[in-house]
Structure formats: structure tokens, C-alpha cells
Design a protein around this ligand. Structure first.
Ligand code: LLP
Length: 469
């Protein structure tokens, strides 16, 4: 419908069903300890309005008990679980993962340094990445990571040289793509043959990589790795992908007489973001992989998996303060004090969320609302469309659930906004995982026009510097 500019404002449109989904209406999208008491949201026995007063907003809140519960469920379902650190990492968090018996998957030198600093035993770390730098590979070998997931031919050679130079034999997985395009957002599908990751099984790329690895005494082929993608809910692709990996293991045995005893079939188990959606539980995810493998590889195998979102996604909530309520012809816009710098997924993937008034019982009639951020873009949306109560007002707190994975991790300083703090709650107590950035932090990298020494760079040989300017 096109509205003429001269049309009178018709005000917010009433919608059904009644209201945004709080923890009582949609427990699957909230942390397991989330409750509403006297109208205020509580998580881990901590009042969210009190926490917001103590820490400011926007604020990422993680339910420790929920993270640990999910970690235990995954631990029970698979032979080995590598938590995918890209979903969220902090040193305290790594301690939870370590104590629950999980391994850790890292995909950069920064994640590796954090994992080591947090006391994760190196042999329980797997190092990922499709273009690991020499420095990253060296750090992986020197710190003694359990396994490097090799992704390309160059890396096989570089890693073998680094390992040989330190008299080590480095365990590796060869990452393969089984030619399955997962039923998910195109940006998150990694198992087809037209992607930048790994070696396609089709066309013999994976077999050639295996052959090369087996010719290098500094590398030990411990297993094969495959990851279909993220936010997967459909089991058939997982089954077929595992079947194709099993067939590759059989080919390797035929060609080289080597019976591989370990596979890592990745992460990607989907979660519920909205009321009524379902999550892919660990036992069903793992059973689908085992079923698929069995059809082509009947031998015993250690099965590792790499869930990230499924462990931390629904344990996390973002708390915002409402600043502006603007009624327009087609909807109401509620502007909060964050936006796409702390919640990139709606603008990057068109992801959908719900929101809930966390500071009081808001019992107004539901109106069609977009929760938007404070950035200078129309696409700066936190919750595209939700029926929020019409008595919402500046100063109210809004909680957006299912933001534990890939929110803090993908936060930026767009428009020079400082990134929010991350706090954990459990048993009525709160602790700081990551402090809020200050305006001084944000300014600290400003170069101010300082001269760059090109002559020194010209004299230096070797790779470009990653430490300066
Ligand atoms: N293993 C590998 C090799 C991966 O690349 C990923 C995710 C995972 C495991 C964990 O996937 P999860 O279980 O968390 O779905 N930023 C996006 C998702 C991209 C994830 C990239 N890799 C998002 O916000 O949804």
C-alpha cells in the first residue's frame, strides 16, 4: 500500500497474536533460568533491571547454568565435542567448557591465544581456518594443539615444514566438502563444492590432499573433517554428508591400507529464535551423523562434533534501554541504545528475533513494532517485527533472547559506538566476562596522522607486518 504524504497518520496497527514472547510463553528461546517475577525479568536468580543499573546497557547476559547444561548434553551425545569458539569466547567461559570436559575449536591466532590464556589444555584444541597465516600455524604447532584442520594445499606444505623444524609430528584432520548444500542461509552453507573451504570429495581433491599428507612424515593424518553449515534443522543433509565422508574413508583404506579411526563432522545444529520454532537436539544430530556414516563405513570410529550456537545461543540475552517511540502510518519504531554494531545478524542474514519488556509488567495492547538501533542506516534493525505492548515508553528495558551466539562475537564499533559488556549470571550472582568499551578505547587506535616509515619497510624482507603500524 502506498500512502500519500498528505494522508493523516493512522497510528500503530493492532496485531494478533497478543504479545512478544517472554520466558513463560516461549521457554525454548530463553535461558533455562529466565523467569518473570513481579513483572521484572530475572535470569540466574538476578534481576535484569538491577543488573542493567549496575552495568549499563546495551548488555549481553549469559546464563552460566544453561551453557553448562547444554555442554553436558553434547558431551553425553558424542564421543568428543569441540565447542566452536567463534560463537562466543572469553577466558571465564573457556573455563566452563574445559570443566565440562569439552574440547575447543578455534579459528584464528586471537582465539588460540585466548584459549591458551584461559588454561585450556593445548591437546584439547583444534585449529581451524581457510587461510591460516604462518604465524598462526607456528603458534598452533608451538603451543602443541591437538589437531590442525588443514584446509588447502599450501597449508599442508607450510605446516609440514613448521612441524619438521621443531622436530614434531603434528596431528591433522583433512577438511573435505561432501557436495551437500545445507538447507540454511546461503552465507552459512559450507558443505557444497563451490565454497572456499576444504577439499571437495568430488573430483578427487580430497583424495589428492590425503595422498600428499601421507607422504609427509611430519604430519599424521588423524581424521577427516567436514562441516555442512550453520543453523541446520534438517537431518537428511547431515546423513548424506556423513555417508559421503564414510565412502571417502573406505576409498582411503583401499588406496593406502590405512583405516582412519576418527572423523569430525562439524557443528551447525540449529536453535529456536522465535516461539514455536524447534532446535536440533544433540542426540538427534549425532544419531543422524552416525546413521549416515554406518551406511558406508562399518568400522568403529571416534565421532567428534563442533557445536557453537547450540551451546551458547539461547543461553544469552541482550538488554537494551528504549530511547524513542515513534508511531508511523504502518508501524511503530522503538529505538534502543544499541543496534547493528552489537546485533549484526538481522542486517547480515535477515535473521528474526523476539523482544520482551524486561523492567515491568507491560500489559498494553499489542502493536506491530520494529525494534531498531541508533545507527545511521535503515537496515539497522534489532527485531524486524514483533507485537509489543502499546504502553512501551522511553526508559523501559527490552530483552532480546537467543543472542548468546554470534552477537558479542560479531560486534563492531560502527559509528564509533563502544561495544557492550558481557556478564554471566548464576545462583543470584553476576560476574564480568568482558568489560564494556569506553570512548577512550574507541579513540585509542586513531593514528592522528603519524608518519609511516616506508624506507624501513622497503629494507625488510619477508611477509608483511601484522604488528605495526
Ligand atoms: N565448525 C566449523 C568449521 C564452523 O565453521 C562453524 C561455524 C561451526 C563449527 C559452528 O557452527 P554453529 O554450531 O555455531 O552453527 N556467524 C553466523 C554463522 C557462521 C558460523 C561460521 N562457522 C551466524 O551468526 O549465524
Amino acid at each position: 500500500m502506498l500512502l500519500d504524504a498528505a494522508d493523516p497518520q493512522v497510528g500503530p496497527v493492532p496485531v494478533r497474536p497478543a504479545r512478544s514472547a517472554g520466558p513463560d510463553d516461549a521457554p525454548d528461546v530463553w535461558p533455562s533460568t529466565a523467569r518473570v517475577q513481579d513483572g521484572a525479568l530475572h535470569i540466574g536468580g538476578v534481576s535484569i533491571p538491577h543488573l542493567a543499573r549496575a552495568c549499563g546497557t546495551p548488555l549481553y547476559v549469559l546464563d552460566e547454568a544453561d551453557v553448562r547444561r547444554r555442554a553436558r548434553q553434547w558431551h553425553a551425545a558424542a564421543d568428543r565435542v569441540h565447542y566452536a569458539g567463534k560463537a562466543f569466547l572469553s577466558t571465564e567461559f573457556v573455563g566452563w567448557i574445559r570443566d565440562e570436559g569439552l574440547h575447543l575449536d578455534v579459528c584464528s591466532g586471537g582465539e588460540l591465544s585466548l584459549a591458551i590464556a584461559a588454561g585450556m589444555p593445548a591437546h584439547r584444541i583444534a585449529m581451524h581456518g581457510n587461510n591460516k597465516s604462518i604465524d598462526e600455524l607456528r603458534a598452533a604447532v608451538h603451543s602443541g594443539v591437538g589437531v590442525v584442520v588443514v584446509d588447502c594445499t599450501e597449508e599442508i606444505e607450510r605446516l609440514a615444514q613448521l612441524a619438521a623444524a621443531t622436530n614434531r609430528v603434528q596431528d591433522i584432520y583433512v577438511r573435505v566438502t561432501p557436495g551437500i548444500v545445507a538447507d540454511t542461509h546461503a552465507y552459512m552453507a559450507t558443505g557444497g563444492d563451490d565454497v572456499k573451504f576444504g577439499f571437495p570429495i568430488a573430483g578427487g581433491y580430497a583424495a589428492a590432499a590425503v595422498r600428499r599428507v601421507l607422504g609427509l612424515p611430519a604430519l599424521r593424518l588423524r581424521g577427516v573433517h567436514s562441516h555442512l553449515g550453520s543453523q541446520i534443522l534438517d537431518l537428511s543433509g547431515l546423513r548424506e554428508g556423513a555417508h559421503r565422508v564414510g565412502a571417502l574413508l573406505a576409498d582411503i583404506e583401499r588406496a593406502h591400507g590405512l583405516r582412519i579411526g576418527e572423523v569430525d563432522l562439524g557443528g551447525g545444529a540449529g536453535i529456536a529464535y522465535l516461539a514455536g520454532q524447534r532446535r536440533l537436539e544433540p542426540d538427534r544430530f549425532v544419531a543422524a551423523l552416525r546413521d549416515g556414516l554406518r551406511t558406508s563405513w562399518p568400522h568403529p570410529v571416534t565421532l567428534a562434533v563442533e557445536p557453537g550456537r547450540a551451546i551458547v545461543g539461547t543461553a544469552g540475552v541482550t538488554v537494551y534501554e528504549v530511547g524513542v517511540v515513534k508511531d508511523r502510518a504502518l508501524r511503530r519504531f522503538v529505538s534502543v541504545d544499541g543496534g547493528m554494531s552489537d546485533a549484526l545478524r538481522p542486517s547480515l542474514y535477515g535473521a528474526d528475533y523476539t523482544a520482551f519488556v524486561a523492567s515491568r509488567a507491560a500489559d498494553g495492547d499489542p502493536v506491530l513494532t520494529s525494534v531498531v538501533g541508533k545507527h545511521c542506516e535503515t537496515g539497522d534493525v534489532v527485531v524486524p517485527s514483533v507485537a509489543l505492548p502499546d504502553d512501551i515508553a522511553p526508559g523501559d528495558l527490552l530483552a532480546v533472547p537467543a543472542t548468546g551466539a554470534y552477537h558479542a562475537a560479531m560486534a563492531s564499533n560502527y559509528n564509533l559506538l563502544p561495544r557492550p559488556a558481557v556478564v554471566a549470571v548464576a545462583d543470584g550472582r553476576a560476574k564480568l566476562l568482558v568489560r564494556r568499551e569506553t570512548p577512550a578505547d574507541v579513540l585509542a587506535r586513531d593514528g592522528g596522522g603519524a608518519p609511516i616509515d616506508l624506507a624501513a619497510a622497503a629494507r625488510r624482507v619477508g611477509p608483511s607486518s601484522t604488528t605495526s603500524p
